[in-house]
Design a protein around this ligand. Structure first.
Ligand code: NAD
Ligand code: MG
Length: 393
């Protein structure tokens, strides 16, 4: 029986993770679940899973909540704060940690899971973007197993040869990693209409049902940019060993091209329960509750190159990775602030890329050898981005 902690249980990935776990009660038990704000869903999850710990990022405003948790699950201990998030990520009794908090808020608990040698299922791509080198070092030193849950990276992981990361690239037989992306809801929208895009339109992804932040990131393709950086860290490759390919149907979740001309693709429904189940059971396979792919209903698979004038955030991510050091952390922080401001209707859709770029230009990438130093850079970038949003708002 594997004891699982789910960080960000009330989010889109968290809910899907609980769905897969509930299908396999003999294999997985919920040790801890964590959440930020959605107390009614959290309470329901506590009642259903009866975890040892339930952790809120901050103390609940509703003073009855403690009593409600006691009634829903008398054995559950309710904790609050960042130390508690790290405790349930590194606790001795935990085998698996699903890292599914959105944004930089997920970094410290993910690091805690990695440094205590857990099987870490990584959905929280921002953690790798901010602190890729430090996180990967922790994984190697502690003997943790890091499995990608992001659908593209999970696909690539399934298509790569065994022990890929530990061999020199030239010995692996791989020629390119092909990272696919749908292009989001505005792939064909005339560019002069981008300024009027609303949060509702941006969050309405054609293929995937996801949290708000990643939905906006998919619309700007910042998500693909973050995923490029994520892939380079996860698979120990350079950006020149990877191509981004637009594939609007999201049936192929990514591919690996080999020197002999073979291309191996991983396909399936756009349903995150597939990569979640793969991560939970790896190296075995378990039922994920996902409909099989019916090829007679897949009418066509299209592919094209992304247009960087349509998706300036993708170009910014390449530039940030090339600049190295703290620049990916700076870009990520600026983007978290600008996306939040867009969702609050403070700035226009097109301001997201403009603010991200301005913050990158105002700061200098710094070599950071500690998480604290990286978080200082993250804070500075947030301050600058907030000022820029306020000027526009
Ligand atoms: P979401 O917004 O639906 O859920 C986020 C979760 O994080 C919630 O449980 C929320 O309570 C928690 N949270 C938010 N702010 C927090 C804070 N300050 N402290 C502690 N907890 C906090 O997001 P999601 O779509 O589930 O995405 C989660 C992560 O997975 C993101 O990093 C995203 O990029 C990645 N991801 C998601 C998908 C998807 O299909 N949703 C696919 C690939 C990768
Ligand atoms: Mg993805």
């Amino acid at each position: 029986m594997q004891q699982v902690t789910i960080l960000g249980a009330t989010g889109s990935i968290g809910v899907n993770t609980l769905d897969v776990i509930a299908r396999h009660p003999a294999k997985f038990a919920v040790f801890a679940i964590t959440a930020n704000r959605n107390l009614s869903l959290f309470l329901q999850q506590i009642q259903q899973t009866q975890p040892k710990y339930a952790v809120l990022a901050t103390a609940p405003e509703n003073s009855d909540f403690v009593k409600q948790v006691q009634q829903a699950s008398p054995e559950t201990e309710l904790l609050t704060g960042s130390d508690a998030l790290q405790m349930v990520s590194s606790h001795n009794d935990v085998d698996v940690v699903m890292a599914a908090i959105v944004g930089a808020a997920g970094l410290m608990p993910t690091m805690a899971a990695a440094s205590s040698g857990k099987k870490v299922l990584l959905a929280n791509k921002e953690a790798l973007v901010i602190a890729g080198d430090l996180l990967m070092t922790q994984v190697r030193e502690s003997g943790a197993v890091l499995l990608p849950i992001d659908s593209e990276h999970n696909a690539i992981f399934q298509c790569l040869p065994n022990q890929f990361e530990s061999q020199p690239f030239s010995k692996t037989g791989v020629s390119k990693v092909l990272l696919t992306g749908s292009g989001g809801p505005f792939r064909t929208l005339p560019l002069d209409q981008f300024v009027t895009i609303t949060p509702e339109q941006a969050c309405n992804h054609p293929n995937w049902d996801m949290g708000q932040k990643i939905s906006v990131d998919s619309a700007t393709m910042m998500n693909k940019g973050l995923e490029v950086i994520e892939a380079c860290h996860l698979f120990n490759i350079g950006v020149d060993q990877l191509d981004v390919v637009l594939h609007p149907q999201s049936i192929i979740h990514s591919m690996v091209s080999y020197v002999d001309g073979s291309v191996i693709a991983q396909m399936g429904q756009p349903d995150m329960r597939t990569p979640i189940a793969y991560g939970l059971a790896w190296p075995e396979r378990i039922d994920a509750g996902v409909e099989p792919l019916d090829f007679t209903e897949v009418s066509q698979l299209d592919f094209s190159k992304p247009d960087l004038t349509r998706y300036p955030c993708l170009a910014l991510a390449f530039a940030a990775f090339e600049a190295g050091n703290s620049m990916p952390a700076i870009l990520n922080a600026a983007n978290e602030v600008s996306v939040e401001a867009f969702l609050n209707r403070q700035i226009a859709f097109t301001d997201i890329a403009a603010i991200n770029e301005a913050v990158m230009n105002k700061m200098t990438a710094k070599k950071c050898t500690t998480i604290e130093a990286l978080l200082e850079q993250d804070n500075m970038a947030r301050d600058i981005a907030s000022q820029l949003c306020a000027q526009l708002g």
